[in-house]
Design a protein around this ligand. Structure first.
Ligand code: PHE
Length: 338
């Protein structure tokens, strides 16, 4: 029995180091240590031995089993390392492209607007999406009985008196004038909220406000600033048309139309401007003296212009998108086009 154990030992050690692959090594392991392997089969005969031999052979067998297990395990690691070294790694294969996201088209447009206006000397500010009646309405000369204040148009905040989700970015005019002295040149992009929902209206949408307050500011200044900025934002030289309108916080008040980005007024059948040659793009006007007074400025000394423009509206005109809801549905087929 002892001789046989020694024979198994020599053979097993030789076989193990002769293995060239993990598959071969697995076979060696089964041959010597498997359930019907040489060593277990031999050890099964121990009960037939004399009691003295039982003890020595049993011990020898256990030592051998431990040794072999260790040797085979080490050989596994060696073979694994070799296999890795032999694997062909082609460093010239181009890497798989990483899927990269980008900003939402509305955020990209806000950045673009900020950049264009910063070159015209306008600082971008943001704030107060929830605001009080004073900043959103009263200081802007909106009378107590104005329809815009009504429940069906405005989200009033429950449990906080006189607070609304701002209906316009014009509230930032008041905030800024309260805290800063003229000359003022700001834009204020951000979210606004109204109870409205269809293909061209959303209960949450974005606007940017513009405000310039200085001495002897004129409508001509407003027209030049808007024409210069909108031409850059729309990436198309546009002409502007001013139509008389009404806002409580400007006098005179205007609707601003830009010449059609698609046909520039040359195509009577144009789908974008419906043959009118113009697209409605902003509300604007000269800041009402009451608004200056409410913000602590003397209207005899200072005057200015203000404008407000829908950011989704700009995107829809620029890229000819006909459903506003596409901006909020997180559909990658839409978003990836920007
Ligand atoms: N706040 C107006 C609106 O939301 C737009 C506007 C801003 C008009 C500034 C005039 C001056 O419709």
């Amino acid at each position: 029995m002892k001789n046989e154990i020694e024979k198994i030992e020599q053979e097993a050690i030789a076989d193990t180091s002769a293995c060239k692959s993990i598959e071969e090594l697995k076979e060696v392991e089964i041959k010597f240590l498997g359930r019907k392997g040489l060593l277990p089969m031999l050890l099964r005969k121990i009960p037939e031995l004399s009691s003295e031999d039982k003890k020595t052979v049993g011990q020898m067998g256990n030592v051998l089993r431990k040794n072999l297990e260790e040797k085979i395990a080490n050989r596994y690691f060696e073979l694994e390392d070799q296999q890795e070294e032999n694997e062909f790694f082609d460093i010239t294969i181009p890497a798989k492209p990483l899927e990269k996201g980008h900003h939402h088209p509305i955020s990209m447009m806000i950045c673009h607007i900020e950049e264009v206006f910063s070159r015209l000397g306008f600082t971008s500010i943001s704030g107060a999406e929830i605001d009080d009646d004073w900043h959103n309405f009263s200081a802007l000369n909106v009378p107590k009985d104005h329809p815009a204040r009504e429940m069906q148009d405005t989200f009033w905040v429950k449990n906080i008196d006189d607070h609304v989700l701002r209906t316009q970015t014009s509230n930032m005019q008041i905030h800024y004038m309260e805290a800063n002295k003229p000359p003022i040149r700001i834009i204020a992009p951000g979210k606004t909220f109204r109870k409205d929902s269809d293909a061209t209206h959303s209960p949450m949408f974005h606007q940017f406000e513009g405000l310039m307050v200085d001495k002897n500011v004129s409508l001509a200044n407003l027209k030049w600033v808007l024409k210069t900025a909108l031409s850059e934002i729309l990436e198309k030289e546009v002409e502007l048309r001013f139509r008389l309108s009404f806002f409580p916080f400007t006098e005179p008040s205007l609707e601003v139309d830009a010449s059609c980005v698609q046909c520039a007024g040359k195509n009577p059948n144009c789908k974008v401007c419906k043959g009118t040659g113009f697209l409605e793009i902003a509300g604007a006007g000269m800041v009402h003296p009451n608004v200056l007074r409410n913000a602590g400025l003397d209207p005899e000394k200072w005057n200015g212009f203000a404008f407000g423009c829908g950011i989704e509206r700009i995107l829809m005109v620029k890229y000819q998108i006909d459903d506003l809801r596409l901006f909020y549905e997180n559909d990658l087929r839409f978003l990836e086009q920007f």
